[in-house]
Write a protein that binds this ligand. Structure first.
Ligand code: NAD
Ligand code: ZN
Length: 363
């Protein structure tokens, strides 16, 4: 078991990562000084995979599955249930799920009675290495993703590699791309773990996963601590997300998973960086090989490059024909580059789309 301390201006909490910690949920709640009444918030699929035992101990509210459930309507229904269950200011909401449950339950907890305690129990790899830490909560608006929300820190994060065993393969791989991202951003040894041990990660070996999640969580925590409200430092976490978000939007958030889009986006960032002579070709090749070793990225047929470039524009990342990008300088080190010429981005994106069109399935 490993414990990472997050200390912020107005909050401090532990991220506990360990094989078997989920089974000891009550003990960890007690140790964190959290009293009842408790309410578990989860989704049907997750509840079937890991949550059945919980229903004997706690009241549970299930929200609908999928990104489509990340709406104000879901939050409003959840708040109704919280009122019916008479949650008080002393109550604690326990979010057992992936990023969707974490974001929805965290947001509801942040506004119920002006804020009650929330504990994150992430059940996807993406949520364990990323969304459960840092306090971003919220929902989508029909106009844009994550438009409505708040910064609201959890009181405890409990990550157990054992709960990842039944996660669908593509969801799991999606989290591995985000985990690899931390290696490229900050930690060459984490990157080398992927080069050496990807097969162990793919087998979901619990001990290897515990080490991996703890390393990623420590980096995320460190970045959040240096920059709680997302100014420049926290932006380095967006490596691969500029092109990635464009790809997701172009595929209408359906055929490409977020982590897969980030996989493609990190390939794009590495190629752009090499084109600008900021990243050695050998490092670019290592980055691409590590990304591709996680699995086959989905096909990109039907994805339009103009749409992606328009999405960058919509993101206000383009100014005077140049784009802001997080670019790798070497493995374990990135920089924010303000003036990437649009024609280089266009060429790289086109190259990736052309290659991606030739990929058979699963997308
Ligand atoms: N708050 C943040 O800082 C932050 C950061 C990154 C992403 N996000 C958000 O996270 C969301 C994506 O999260 P996600 O990738 O975890 O997706 P998700 O929450 O939709 O979960 C993916 C799927 O896996 C299922 N699932 C989850 N855990 C399972 C388990 N243990 N066994 C079997 N099935 C399981 C879920 O039911 C769902 O169908 C997006 O909405 C994104 O905006 C938030
Ligand atoms: Zn991401």
């Amino acid at each position: 078991m490993q414990s990472i301390h997050v200390r912020l201006a107005h909050a401090a909490y532990e991220v506990i990562v360990g094989v078997g910690v989920f089974e000891k949920l009550e003990e960890h709640l007690r140790r964190a000084g959290l009293g009842g009444p408790f309410l578990i918030v989860s989704q049907p699929r997750i509840f079937r995979a890991v949550g059945k035992d919980l229903s004997k101990k706690f009241p549970i509210v299930l929200i609908p599955d999928g990104e489509r459930a990340k709406t104000l309507t879901t939050v409003s229904r959840l708040l109704d249930r919280m009122v019916e269950l008479k949650l008080t200011r002393q109550s604690t909401v326990i979010a057992v799920g992936g990023g969707v449950v974490g974001d929805v339950a965290g947001f509801a907890a942040s506004i119920y009675m002006r804020g009650i305690a929330v504990v994150q129990v992430p059940t996807t790899l993406l949520a364990q290495v990323d969304s459960s830490i840092g306090g971003k909560t919220g929902v989508n608006h029909r106009v844009a993703k994550n438009l409505i929300g708040s910064f609201y820190q959890p009181r405890l994060v409990l990550s157990d590699p054992l709960v990842l065993q039944k996660l669908p393969d593509r969801e799991y791989a999606s989290g591995l791309y985000e985990a690899l991202k931390y290696g490229i951003i900050r930690d060459a040894t984490l990157f080398e773990d992927f080069e050496r041990d990807v097969a162990t990660f793919l087998k979901r070996d619990p001990e290897a996963l515990e080490r991996l999640v703890a390393k990623c969580a420590a980096i995320k925590a460190h970045v959040v601590m240096s920059d709680e409200k997302e100014n420049d430092i926290r932006r380095v976490l967006n490596l691969g997300h500029t092109v990635g978000h464009g790809l997701e939007a172009a595929a209408k958030y359906q055929r490409i998973k977020h982590g897969e889009a980030v996989g493609y986006g990190m390939i794009a960032a590495a190629r752009i960086s090499t084109a600008l002579e900021k990243l050695a070709l050998a490092d670019r090749e290592r980055i691409e090989a590590a990304i591709r070793s996680i699995g086959r990225l989905p096909a990109l047929s039907g994805v339009n490059s103009k749409f992606i470039l328009d999405a960058l524009q919509h993101d206000k990342k383009i100014r005077d024909g140049a784009v802001h990008f997080i670019l790798p300088r070497k493995i374990g080190c990135v920089e924010i580059t303000p003036g990437v010429p649009l024609n280089i981005v266009r060429e790289v994106v086109k190259g990736i789309l052309d290659e991606g069109k030739r990929v058979p399935g699963p997308g």
